[in-house]
Structures are given as C-alpha cells and as structure tokens.
Design a protein around this ligand. Structure first.
Ligand code: DGY
Length: 317
C-alpha cells in the first residue's frame, strides 16, 4: 500500500511506516499542502495521514476511489466529510485523549490571559510605553471564584473544569447529555441560554458540527453579561466573526480569547486584531512537544495497524 503524510514529521516516525509501505511526505513543516498538490499526491495512496487544514470533502473522496483510510492529526475532524467517508467504507481515525490535558491547559491559560490583559501588558513594556505604576493601569478582571460556563463537556471540557475547580470557580456546563463527572466537579447542567446569561466566562470546547456551526452569534452574545469573557478553543466555525466583533466594540461583552478562527491562517489585517480586548492565538491548543509527539505516535500506530490489516486504535465511530 501507499501512504501520504501531508506535512513533514520527524524521520523516525516515517521510517516505521517505510518498513510496511511506500511513503510520500509533503516536505513543508508549517504551510498546508495546497489543494491541487494534495489531489495530485493522493491519487495513488490508500492511506492519508492528514492535518486539520486538509479538506477531505465529498469531491476529494470521489476523486480517490482507492482511499482506504484517513488518519487525522487532530481530535477534531470537521475537515473530513465523515458521513460520506463512512458511506464509502473509508476508515477515519483521530487523536483523542492524548491531547486532552494540553488543550484544556491552553483554554485555562486563555481565560487568565484575557481576564488579566497579559498580551496588552506585555506590549506596553515592549513598545516602551510603560511610564509608571498606576492604580488602574491594565486593571482586568478576577478569575478565581467566578462562574465558568463550559460549552461542550467532553474530555477537554472536563479537564478544563478540573482546573477551574482548583481556583474555586463555580462550574456550569451545556452539553448534548449530562456529564458523568458533574457530581465530582460540583458542576451544574444548564440550558444553553442559562449558560450564556449566568456565566462570567463562557468557554467553547465543543466539536464543530452542523448543529454547533455559528452558535455563538449576535443572539448568543446579547444574552451574555456585559462583564463576560468568551473563550473559544473549539473551532472558528462556532462563531459568527462580525457578531463577536460587534459584541466587543459595543461593550456588550468584556473581552474574548480565541485560539481557533474561521479561515485559518488569518493575516494581520483580521478585524479581531483591531481590538485589544480580543486575544488571538494561532491554533496552538495541543501544541506542546510531548503532546504533538503523542499525537503523531497515535497516527503512526493507527497506520501500522491498518497496513497490517488490523483494527486501528482510535477510529472515529
Ligand atoms: C485538535 O486536535 O482538534 C486541535 O484543535 C489541534 O490543536
């Protein structure tokens, strides 16, 4: 069988697959494989190890009838038309569990960073504009003891809730179903509206689906407290960008911190960057060396098993 890896990864991982298959690797480390290059390289490959930036849609699947498996280097797989892949018998794998703590940690970091205006503070010093201590200089909001509303109480939501509990926050969440960890966390299951209306921090950790697309829109931001901070570590597609910007500019909410954006990567002219109250990160939720190693390891393991005609360990069901 032939395997395509759509981004450069450490050689020792590739060497393992080369013992079992012919492997082509797109040599870029940072830039996504252009659509045409991906289509060209994929056409004789049975297995693709893909990145979340690769669109594996109906058209791509139709053009690649030889495809047996897509192994996505991410827990989210909204870049893949999962229903269509399934209907064609294509195995889809992702990287759950190994990135849970790291991604929750980034969510928690964004809560603190945004509330305490850390990016602005650092910029003030870097640009030589710090003229002295003053009582309300860069005064932000407290986080401890406040109410966090977690939208999406999967494993990342639970890991985030544990961190919030550590600083005495009250936890409420909204999810498709109640979490088995709610009692241990003292977390309250609430309606989406209640989550919006009664939380000081609203954190989106949910996967992007047709149901959750654009759920953080004008109506949702209007229901939040004027002191609320909105954090997104799910996917950019959950948010209507103009509505978030309007909510910030009209001071209908206090601030936002986003690690994920519509149409990534965005440039320096992105409207969110015009307002200091929006902290923007370049999708680094799971970006620690240990976690990225573990994610790649899981992808390689899945590919090895599929190449040996065995069941992969993390197939999306
Ligand atoms: C994922 O795995 O889905 C994350 O967004 C990657 O950082």
């Amino acid at each position: 069988m032939k395997v395509l890896i759509t981004r450069s990864i450490p050689d020792h991982f590739i060497a393992r697959l080369r013992q079992l298959a012919e492997v082509e690797v797109y040599p870029e480390t940072i830039k996504a494989m252009p659509k045409n290059a991906l289509l060209e390289a994929a056409k004789d490959k049975e297995i693709i190890i893909s990145m979340l930036s690769d669109k594996i849609d109906k058209d791509f699947i139709d053009r690649n009838p030889q495809l047996k498996a897509v192994i996505n280097l991410a827990v989210g797989y909204d870049n893949i038309d999962i229903e269509y892949a399934r209907s064609k018998g294509i195995i889809v794998c992702n990287t759950p569990d190994v990135l849970t703590e790291t991604t929750a940690e980034l969510g928690f970091t964004l809560m603190l960073t945004t509330a305490r205006r850390i990016v602005e503070a650092s910029e003030l010093v870097k640009t030589g504009n710090w003229v002295g201590w003053s009582p309300y200089l860069l005064a932000g909001l407290d986080v401890y003891g406040k109410t966090v509303g977690i939208y999406g109480m999967g494993s990342i939501g639970v890991a985030l809730a544990r961190r919030c509990k550590g600083i005495n926050m009250h936890i409420q969440y909204h999810n498709r179903s109640e979490s088995q960890y709610a009692a241990e966390l003292g977390a309250d299951y609430v309606s989406f509206d209640e989550l919006l209306e009664k939380s000081d921090f609203i954190v989106c950790t949910a996967p992007l689906t047709n149901e959750t697309k654009g759920i953080f829109n004008q109506a949702a931001f209007n229901k939040m407290k004027s002191s609320a901070i909105f954090i997104n570590i799910g996917r950019g597609g959950h948010v209507i960008d103009e509505d978030l910007l309007e909510a910030i500019q009209s001071e209908s909410i206090y601030a936002a911190g986003v690690d994920v954006l519509n149409n990534e990567p965005v440039g320096k002219d992105h409207p969110f960057l015009t307002d200091n109250r929006i902290t923007v990160l370049p999708h680094i939720g799971s970006a620690t060396v240990d976690t990225r190693d573990a994610m790649i390891e899981l992808c390689i393991k899945n590919a090895e098993l599929i190449l040996q005609d065995k069941s992969p360990v993390s197939q999306v069901k």
